[in-house]
Design a protein around this ligand. Structure first.
Ligand code: 13P
Length: 229
């Protein structure tokens, strides 16, 4: 199983350091085949080592240059970061990233041999239209994406389940993952209100290869419970 923590715009450099120190102790009890990823805010990136992978939540398609507010490869190379989240719904919806920009980021970081966790997810009005509409919507989010890329992990995160406390049901997750896997054979994570209470149920669903956790990853105790459940 893959357990990924997306801190979003939470934690500081100092609290991330303390978090990682505490997490390392917990990870001694982790199953060796399980993989843990941490995505702290950009200001907290550093050269951490341990039984986990540090990734970046976002970056721009450049080595360096005049892109005010963005970070590029040069800033990631300083900490040997080779893992990135691309296509998160918050970047698509709040920051206005188009499919075109998302695909350009994918192509750029693929060329740099990054491991890419590529996020997709439907809004509530699409879910309410039924399974067929959901799959059509999700597959459209692969436009311009090389789904045969070997360092690709996919994260299915229904937008209506993110940060709401209401995870998708086991049936919704199972049918969506099954349909996605018919088209794309890559590790597939579920994200959206994953917490210690529902981790066991979610990780036993067929077609779930791991989880991408927001709110419940912010507290090291809670995230450790998820990893060690
Ligand atoms: P929550 O776990 O807070 O619902 O967030 C999920 C998410 O968006 C992870 O990328």
């Amino acid at each position: 199983m893959i357990f990924a923590a997306n801190f979003k715009t939470n934690h500081t450099r100092a609290t991330t350091k303390a978090y990682i120190e505490a997490l390392k102790e917990k990870l001694v009890a982790k199953k060796s085949e399980d993989k843990v990823y941490i995505f702290p805010p950009a200001t907290a990136l550093d050269s951490y080592t341990g039984d986990f992978t540090l990734g970046v939540q976002n970056a721009y398609t450049t080595q360096n240059g005049a892109y005010t507010g963005e970070i590029g490869l040069e800033q990631l190379e300083e900490f040997t970061i080779k893992t990135i989240l691309i296509g998160h719904s918050e970047r698509r919806e709040i920051l206005g990233e188009s499919q075109e920009l998302v695909a350009a980021k994918f192509a750029y970081f693929k060329k740099q041999d990054f491991e890419i966790i590529y996020c997709i997810g439907e809004p509530l009005e699409i879910r309410e239209k039924g399974d067929k509409a959901v799959i059509e919507y999700l597959l459209a989010q692969f436009e311009g994406i090389d789904t045969s890329y070997e360092n690709l992990i996919i994260a299915y995160e229904p937008i209506w389940a993110i940060g709401t406390g209401r995870s998708a049901t086991a049936d919704e997750i199972a049918s969506t993952h099954e349909a996605l896997k018919r088209t794309i054979q890559k590790p597939l994570l579920y994200g959206g209100s994953v917490k210690p209470d529902n981790i066991k149920e979610i990780t036993t669903i067929r077609g779930v290869d791991g989880v991408l956790v927001g709110s419940a990853s912010l507290d090291v105790e809670s995230f450790s419970q998820i990893v060690l459940a």
